[in-house]
Design a protein around this ligand. Structure first.
Ligand SMILES: *[C@@H]1O[C@H](CO)[C@@H](O)[C@H](O)[C@H]1NC(C)=O
Ligand SMILES: *[C@@H]1O[C@H](CO)[C@@H](O)[C@H](O)[C@H]1NC(C)=O
Ligand SMILES: *[C@@H]1O[C@H](CO)[C@@H](O)[C@H](O)[C@H]1NC(C)=O
Ligand SMILES: *[C@@H]1O[C@H](CO)[C@@H](O)[C@H](O)[C@H]1NC(C)=O
Ligand SMILES: *[C@@H]1O[C@H](CO)[C@@H](O)[C@H](O)[C@H]1NC(C)=O
Ligand SMILES: *[C@@H]1O[C@H](CO)[C@@H](O)[C@H](O)[C@H]1NC(C)=O
Length: 844
């Protein structure tokens, strides 16, 4: 009867999950250029790296799908939202077009409406092929957060086609000025264009202040000394010419190579530029990044290199192109203090931004760390790499997992720059705002943070239970000593040894029987999962058995599904990991199935089908929060905690504060714990720093200590604390990290202090608020993705039998065998736990 029910349910579930796929597949959104993004299960985010707009629109979709939705103010929408990309697209000024310079000047004076229409037209036209003798230069800017009409805050992004470059002439001289000396001052004719007349950008900017951004470093470097050379361009750019580069090329002028925040700002502009224009050539071929300034290499180049893949990052000064190289399509990026990643405008620094969130996901994807931080097990490939090294993944061995059991551990990172500032101090090179970053009581700060993290963790309901029960468990473990654990067991009584050996044999038989039993549940993952749904239902979880059960089926194992991803990614991962998920789901489902069929909780996890006969007479002590053999439903566990707490409270009020003690008071229901990391990254390579940051929940440090790392934290699941000395609190630049954090959906706080010593108690309080926020967000994301929170243990006793895939062994053939096996195996099914019980008794 139960079997029939299960099959019925299975059919329903099949329909339900098909419907769910359909609904998810319809998660689509139209980009400002009219492109429709649909994030179905086929989405390959690595392949989408050269289409940054996909990341932005997915972020927008996710924000909209949140429980509370996404309702940005008009200002936020315009400066930090999707309209930001719109504005970039419509800011187009043609500096060199076939028509002549007149189009540019008309655009300068033209009405916004006309401007916009023209821009859209030209964007469409930008994908049209040009004659090899025909160059073009289109420049764009972003809605900038200029202070007044300051021309210092400039952003410019240009797209050139059929541009001819002589690298040596380009790099022949320096710009003047301390800050600018790394930028080249090209000789006349080092940059050449053909078939168009170059507009004088300085003159345009003089005539119309709104075009002030044209007078940027970009203008000085790329266009001021460019010349017209029709014949030369035609020759260099003809298809088949040995000097023709057809790969789209991104020329980067980094404003301040050793300033992480400004470096990231340039990245944010490159990202926004590509997201706004959605260039077809880049989408198809990727983009080769060429560093065109002459600043020395830094660790951050790794990010540019990854962006450049599959092409090689090129440092122009180290590796010049041959003279007269033609670039069929080149993108030029420059920004100083106005990029979306470096916003200081008080009106917009608190805006949540799909653009920044898309960028953060994109950055993480560049490092193949898309979502590793909050999940218990990363995607198959990276899980394999994480556990056993890349060679395993390369060998195709998948499904290796960190045995975390579902506890999420997030770092609390203190960013230190003490060692660096010590050197600067000795150089007497520390001036103004740099000196404000020196912290004298850093040891006290670190001690305070360690204490705060420990105190927070100690309030976890899980840790409280652990502390309460650990002594008894360790005591109990002495009854279960087995020879396999070394010689000591052999010195216990012979009776005990004999009993244990029998238990071992029984266990082995049990495992074999278990495998058959698993075969018997031949509905495989689906039937197993159906039974799980059934089980959950009979465990009186009122959620619609079909719907949420259907979801659970695919994701019953938070080890693999306990992730923050939503929308398309969820499906994509479910598919990627399909085989593995199904295998592990069998585990969850299998135990549950035994339960479903034979009516109830058996005390031990691996007691399978045959034991059911015995089970009816056994005192079942499986705690009510357990499902199947190895799944702990946290909500039920926490309900028990709450009950116990209340009982304790009642009895303690009766006894009038007899016990006291720190362990009292309500415990915190969370599966998130924190780990303190002293982030003195002085001697750590950049990628190693990031490896820490990917798993970081709380980032704390003084302004300038590396808070820009926050861009690599999982969007919406982090917190950033900026320590601000009293003089720093006056500086507008302190808004930069508020902008970053709030844009990414992180918790953010300024932590002010005066003098040279950080106020430790204030920092501790802020860190605790941050941990509260992060834990909450991580858990909500997990729940959104994979239903009620669970812990799942996969160890030597609590494991899933590995099954051949359904395609290999069709269900029907196995059904008959299974039934036979079921009735035939009898008590051989006793699981190891039960065997141990027997052994224990024998020893006593
Ligand atoms: C995703 O795309 C990348 C790059 O194009 C490719 O190397 C990889 O094999 C793709 N992954 C899947 C699962 O198709
Ligand atoms: C900035 O430019 C606008 C428009 O050109 C002008 O009206 C305004 O006075 C300028 N503001 C400052 C502070 O120069
Ligand atoms: C333009 O070229 C001339 C000579 O070739 C050079 O002296 C001048 O500095 C260059 N200007 C810029 C902005 O590169
Ligand atoms: C461009 O315009 C500026 C400002 O009007 C002027 O000083 C400069 O000589 C012009 N450059 C060229 C190449 O005409
Ligand atoms: C360090 O520089 C300051 C000015 O910036 C100067 O007054 C001071 O004497 C210098 N100290 C040393 C030890 O050179
Ligand atoms: C089952 O055993 C526990 C203790 O091990 C006991 O408290 C409980 O009363 C028993 N239940 C039944 C139904 O025998």
């Amino acid at each position: 009867m139960r079997r029939l029910n299960a099959e019925l349910l299975l059919v329903l579930l099949l329909f339900a999950s098909a419907g769910w796929h359909l609904a998810e597949a319809q998660s689509s959104i139209r980009s400002s250029s009219g492109k429709r993004w649909t994030f179905g299960k086929k989405a390959n985010w690595t392949a989408l790296l050269s289409e940054p707009s996909a990341f932005v629109y997915r972020a927008a979709l996710r924000l909209k799908k949140r429980k509370e939705g996404f309702h940005p103010s008009a200002t936020c929408g315009k400066y930090m939202g999707l309209m930001y990309l719109d504005s970039i697209r419509s800011s187009r000024i043609s500096l060199c077009s076939a028509g002549s310079a007149s189009s540019a000047s008309s655009a300068a004076g033209g009405a916004q409406q006309q401007h916009r229409r023209r821009a859209l037209q030209s964007s469409a036209a930008a994908d049209q092929p040009l004659l090899p003798s025909q160059s073009s230069v289109d420049c764009y800017t972003a809605p900038a957060v200029t202070q007044g009409n300051s021309s210092k805050a400039t952003v410019s992004l240009c797209h050139s086609r059929n541009l001819v470059l002589d690298t040596c002439g380009f790099l022949a001289a320096r710009q003047r000025g301390q800050m600018s000396k790394k930028f080249p001052r090209p000789l006349r004719g080092a940059v050449r264009l053909g078939g168009c007349e170059l507009a004088n950008a300085s003159r345009l900017a003089e005539r119309d202040p709104r075009l002030g951004w044209l007078r940027s470093m970009q203008q000085a470097v790329w266009w001021e000394n460019a010349t017209r050379d029709d014949a030369g361009v035609a020759a260099a750019c003809t298809p088949g010419s040995p000097t023709l580069v057809t790969t789209p090329t991104l020329f980067v002028l980094r404003d301040r190579h050793a300033n992480y925040a400004h470096e990231m700002e340039v990245v944010s502009m490159a990202f926004s530029f590509l997201a706004a224009l959605e260039p077809r050539d880049v989408a198809e071929q990727g983009v080769q990044v060429v560093i065109a300034d002459q600043a020395p290499p830094t660790g951050f180049l790794e990010t540019w290199a990854r962006m450049s893949q599959p092409h090689r990052l090129r440092l122009l000064a180290q590796e010049p192109f041959p003279p007269g190289t033609c670039f069929a399509s080149a993108y030029h990026v420059y920004t100083f203090a106005a990029g979306i990643g470096y916003n200081t405008n008080p009106a917009t620094v608190k805006c949540e931004s799909p653009v920044l969130q898309g960028m953060s996901h994109w950055l993480r994807q560049l490092y193949d760390e898309a979502d590793a931080s909050a999940r218990s097990a990363p995607s198959q490939a990276s899980a394999a790499a994480a556990v056993a090294g890349p060679a395993t993944a390369a060998a195709g061995i998948t499904g290796l997992r960190v045995p975390a059991g579902g506890i999420v551990v997030k770092n609390v990172v203190w960013l230190s720059r003490r060692n660096l500032e010590m050197v600067r101090l000795l150089l007497n090179a520390s001036v103004g705002w740099k000196s404000m970053r020196m912290v004298r009581n850093e040891d006290a700060v670190v001690a305070g943070l360690v204490a705060a993290v420990q105190q927070w963790n100690a309030e976890s309901c899980l840790l409280r239970r652990f502390d309460r029960n650990v002594a008894a468990e360790v005591e109990r473990s002495k009854d279960h000593l087995r020879p396999v654990h070394g010689g000591s067991a052999a010195t216990t009584t012979t009776a005990a040894a004999a009993a244990t050996t029998t238990a071992g044999a029984r266990k082995r038989r049990g495992l074999l029987g278990k495998a058959w039993a698993a075969l018997a549940s031949a509905g495989r993952r689906l039937l197993g999962a159906a039974a799980l749904g059934n089980d959950l239902d009979s465990d009186s979880q009122p959620q619609s058995a079909v719907d949420s059960g259907g979801r659970r089926i695919r994701q019953a194992d938070p080890d693999f599904a306990g992730d923050e991803e939503e929308d398309g990614e969820e499906e994509e991962e479910a598919e990627e990991e399909g085989a593995d998920v199904s295998a592990s789901q069998d585990g969850g489902g299998e135990g549950a199935e035994a339960e479903g069929e034979f009516g109830g909780a058996d005390g031990t996890d691996t007691v399978a089908v045959g034991a059911a006969v015995a089970a009816s007479t056994v005192n079942r002590t499986r705690p009510p929060y357990m499902v199947g053999g190895n799944i702990i439903m946290l909500s039920k566990l926490w309900a028990l905690d709450k009950q116990e707490e209340e009982q304790q409270q009642q009895s303690s009020t009766a006894r009038t504060a007899a016990s006291g003690g720190a362990a009292n008071g309500p415990c915190r229901p969370t599966n998130v714990l924190f780990k303190f990391v002293d982030g003195d990254f002085n001697d750590a390579p950049y990628s190693q720093q990031l490896a820490t940051i990917f798993r970081t929940g709380v980032l704390a440090g003084v302004h300038g200590a590396g808070l820009t790392h926050g861009f690599f934290m999982q969007p919406g699941q982090g917190a950033v604390l900026q320590l601000l000395g009293d003089s720093f609190a006056q500086v507008a630049a302190n808004n930069v990290f508020r902008n970053m954090a709030r844009g990414l959906g992180h918790h953010y706080e300024d932590v002010p202090y005066s003098g040279v010593d950080v106020d430790v108690p204030q920092l501790q309080a802020a860190v605790k608020r941050s941990m509260d926020y992060v834990a909450q967000q991580v858990m909500e994301a997990q729940e959104r993705r994979s239903g009620p929170l669970r812990l799942v243990l996969v160890d030597q006793n609590h494991f899933s039998v590995v099954m051949p895939p359904a395609e290999t062994c069709p269900v029907l053939t196995l059904q008959g065998t299974a039934t036979a096996t079921m009735s035939g195996t009898g008590e051989g099914q006793a699981g190891p736990e039960e065997g141990q019980e027997v052994a224990g008794e024998g020893a006593r």
